[in-house]
Write a protein that binds this ligand. Structure first.
Ligand code: ATP
Length: 247
């Protein structure tokens, strides 16, 4: 069974029909990339999977580990094991690195307290120690305000924060290398590979084709809300897809 399966998904913003019947499959343990130009519908795909509104998925199905989550609210999807690292990072800029990480420690116990009156400890996918092992730069800067970090450090923090969710299985990364210097792009890419090697499955949304193909196993190309190509990294590298991509 695939970890994630989108089957003929159509998404809308009000009357605007954006995703026009996309089908995407991700197997456990894979890094899959979704490529496409500005406005192709990449963020809309992330939001459709994560249940964050808008957009509105009006037809098709989204299955996660065999369960139909198409109509689930965003919080349940997050608690069910799908984490989103949003475009634009969205950190608490006046809080320190460590405060950002602490704030994001949403435990299942805390969740149960709200939902069902239970209590619990820290069940983050990664502890602070594990996160600092993964991103030593964040440990060096643990007392620094997030708003004063470099773009690359902010991206690391944004990824690290999502890894505080409990029981993550699938990480959706929306253009994590956007606006970063080439050397930092590689650092962030290496961290994503490291996260995947620890057992997380990754959907990597990118305009940076070179970096995406460096770390992904397989990819899809989205254009005007349609999947226009899918294949292995080798196939994507050898295909002339310039009209759909920023090259
Ligand atoms: P980018 O790389 O620029 O983020 P993208 O591939 O992620 O592009 P989307 O953000 O998914 O593209 O946008 C797809 C289309 O949906 C665009 O035409 C955009 O204008 C439209 N759109 C996005 N958000 C909304 C919204 N909240 N309301 C109406 N239309 C929207």
């Amino acid at each position: 069974m695939s970890l994630l399966q989108l089957d003929n998904v159509h998404s809308y913003y009000g009357p605007s029909h954006i995703l026009r019947g996309i089908s995407v499959t991700i197997e456990k343990g894979e890094i899959v990339t979704l490529l496409g130009r500005n406005g192709a519908g990449k963020t809309t795909t992330v939001r459709s999977i994560a249940g964050t509104e808008p957009p509105d998925v009006r037809s098709g199905t989204i299955r996660f580990d065999g369960t139909d989550i198409t109509d689930w609210p965003a919080d349940d999807i997050a608690m069910g094991g799908i984490g989103v690292v949003p475009e634009g990072r969205r950190l608490f800029s006046e809080l320190t690195v460590e405060e950002n990480l602490e704030m994001s420690k949403i435990t299942r116990g805390w969740w149960n307290t709200i939902r069902r009156g239970g209590l619990g400890g820290d069940d983050s996918t990664m502890s602070l120690t594990e996160l600092y092992d993964l991103f030593p730069r964040l440990e060096e800067r643990r007392e620094q305000e997030a708003g004063t970090l470099s773009g690359g450090e902010q991206q690391m923090l944004s990824i690290a924060r999502t890894l505080r969710l409990p029981d993550l299985q699938l990480l959706l990364l929306d253009e994590p290398t956007e606006g970063l210097a080439p050397q930092i792009v590689e650092t962030v890419g290496n961290s994503i590979e490291e996260i995947a090697s620890q057992g997380l499955t990754v959907l990597l949304i990118e305009q940076n084709v070179r970096e995406a193909l460096r770390i992904a196993d397989r990819g899809y190309v989205l254009d005007q809300g349609d999947i226009v190509y899918e294949g292995s990294v080798e196939q994507l590298e050898n295909e002339d897809l310039d009209e759909y991509l920023v090259v």
